[in-house]
Design a protein around this ligand. Structure first.
Ligand SMILES: [Fe+2]
Ligand SMILES: [Fe+2]
Length: 192
């Protein structure tokens, strides 16, 4: 009985080691291809905004890039990995907090409009390829009437839906948004 339990924990440890190695390898590839995006001030600013649950937009985009890459390799889809990764990193590059509802920016139709906003922002900063544009433009399908027209966009669309579900159900957990120093509530000074 003890031997059996020991065998099970060994298998679990092996599985954990395998997943950890895979995760590291995928992250390494993403950094290799998207280092300019990952280190840019605008992309880093997405750590200040929550996407779903307690996951930031930044963590969500990294997660979608990782799942897209893993899915394409698992299914053996012949596609451009570089464009897949860069498109996934920029797919939610809308750069605002969609939970904040004020009169100027109600973000009521965020689901429909943010791919266009993301594409506009990304085009200003990066020379996007037609595949990267298609990924960003169509990732919210079926909210976009025309479906994705390339494999890379289909993969990111599927990975995005899976990650969004996991985040909304709090199965994927994060640390919440980064608070900007200037936005911290000021502490009242105690008078002696
Ligand atoms: Fe999106
Ligand atoms: Fe997304």
């Amino acid at each position: 009985m003890q031997k059996k339990r020991h065998g099970r924990s060994e298998r679990l440890a092996e599985k954990w080691k395998h997943n950890y190695k895979k995760h590291r390898e995928l992250n390494h590839r993403i950094k290799e291809v998207g280092h300019d995006i990952l280190s840019s001030p605008n992309f880093r600013s997405t750590k200040q905004h929550i996407q779903h649950g307690n996951i930031t937009v930044n963590a969500h985009c990294l997660s979608v890039a990782r799942y897209s890459l893993a899915l394409s390799r698992k299914l053996g889809v012949v596609c451009s990995e570089d464009e897949l990764i860069r498109g996934a990193l920029l797919h939610d590059y809308f750069l605002y907090d969609w939970h904040e509802k004020d009169e100027i920016n109600p973000h009521r139709l965020h689901g429909f409009y943010h791919p266009g906003r993301a594409l506009g922002n990304a085009s200003k900063e990066y020379e996007l390829t037609p595949i990267e544009m298609e990924i960003i433009r169509k990732h919210m399908w079926p909210l976009t009437p025309v479906p994705p027209m390339c494999r890379e966009a289909w993969i990111v669309t599927m990975a995005d839906k899976w990650c969004s579900l996991m985040e909304t159900l709090h199965i994927h957990k994060g640390h919440g948004a980064t608070v900007v120093e200037s936005e911290k509530p000021k502490q009242e000074k105690k008078e002696n």
